[in-house]
Design a protein. Structure first.
Length: 258
C-alpha cells in the first residue's frame, strides 16, 4: 500500500552513463529467468505465466515511455538512474509474486509457493526503503521515480490482496484497491488532486497495509488471526485516505476546484 498523493520533491533527473534500452532488455531477461527458476523450484501454472508476462510487457512499456528522460540534447540514451534501477529490480520480484498468486488460483497454493511469495514480498518491501535513499544521495530524484515507486508498491499490494480475497477474506481487496479507487475518484472530483503536506504517518500506514497483507498471506496462525490482521490494516488505510480526502475537500474552495 502507498499514500494517495505523491509527495517527493522532484528535481529533474540528470543523465548518467548506461542506456535505458539495455536496462529494459536486461530486466526482461532477468524476469524471464526468475520465472523459470520459480517454475523449477515450486511450479507455476499457465495462468501464472500469462499474468506475469502480461505484467512484464506493461512494465517494459511504462519504463520505455516514461517521462524520466532528459531532453535529447543532453543525452541520446541515458540510464534510468541508480534509484530507478533498484525500483526496477523490485518490480521483478513483484512479477514473480504475481505469477505465484495466480498459480495458486487453481487448487490452492502448492508446496513452497506461499513461502516463496511471502519471501519475495518481504524483500520487495525492504528494498522499498533503499531506492529513495539512493535517489537522494545521488541527486537523481524525479517525478517518474516517485510515481514508479508508488505504482510498484500498489501492484504488490493488489496482487497479495487478490490472493487473500480468494482464500481468506474479501476485505483484503480494500487494501489492494484503495489507491486505485482514490485515483478513479480524482477523475470525477478534481479536488482530490490537490497536493497535501507530507505526513510521516501516511507513509507508515501505507507500509503497514502491505505488511498486513504479507502477514495474512503467510498464515502464521488460524484464519481468524489473518482476518484480524487484514481488518486492522484496512481500518488504518481507510483512516489515512479518509483524513486526506477530508483535508482536500476543505481546500477545494480556496483552490477554486469543483
Amino acid at each position: 500500500m502507498t499514500s494517495p498523493v505523491p509527495e517527493l520533491a522532484v528535481p529533474e533527473l540528470s543523465a548518467r552513463g548506461g542506456g535505458w534500452r539495455l536496462e529494459v532488455y536486461g530486466a526482461v531477461g532477468l524476469q524471464l529467468s526468475m520465472l523459470l527458476a520459480v517454475q523449477q523450484l515450486v511450479g507455476l501454472t499457465v495462468a501464472g505465466w500469462v499474468a506475469a508476462v502480461g505484467y512484464l510487457f506493461a512494465l517494459s512499456l511504462a519504463v520505455a515511455a516514461g517521462p524520466w528522460r532528459p531532453v535529447p540534447a543532453r543525452a541520446a540514451d541515458p540510464s534510468i538512474g541508480p534509484a530507478n534501477l533498484i525500483t526496477l529490480a523490485r518490480s521483478l520480484l513483484v512479477g514473480a509474486v504475481i505469477a505465484l498468486v495466480v498459480s495458486g488460483f487453481s487448487g490452492g497454493w502448492q508446496d513452497g509457493q506461499r513461502a516463496l511469495a511471502v519471501g519475495l514480498s518481504v524483500v520487495g518491501v525492504i528494498l522499498d526503503g533503499v531506492d529513495g535513499r539512493v535517489a537522494r544521495r545521488t541527486r537523481t530524484s524525479s517525478a517518474f521515480g516517485a510515481r514508479f515507486d508508488i505504482e510498484i508498491d500498489s501492484v504488490l499490494a493488489l496482487a497479495l490482496a487478490i490472493g487473500l480475497a480468494r482464500e481468506l477474506t474479501p476485505l483484503a481487496l480494500v487494501l489492494g484497491l484503495a489507491r486505485y479507487l482514490y485515483l478513479a475518484g480524482a477523475r470525477i472530483w478534481p479536488w482530490l488532486n490537490l497536493p497535501l503536506p507530507t505526513r510521516l504517518s501516511r507513509k507508515i500506514i501505507g507500509l503497514l497495509g502491505t505488511v498486513a497483507l504479507i502477514i495474512a498471506t503467510a498464515r502464521f496462525g488460524p484464519p481468524a488471526f489473518g482476518i484480524g490482521v487484514v481488518a486492522a490494516g484496512t481500518a488504518a488505510v481507510v483512516y489515512s485516505f479518509g483524513r486526506d480526502i477530508v483535508a482536500q475537500f476543505r481546500l477545494r474552495k480556496g483552490a477554486d476546484v469543483v
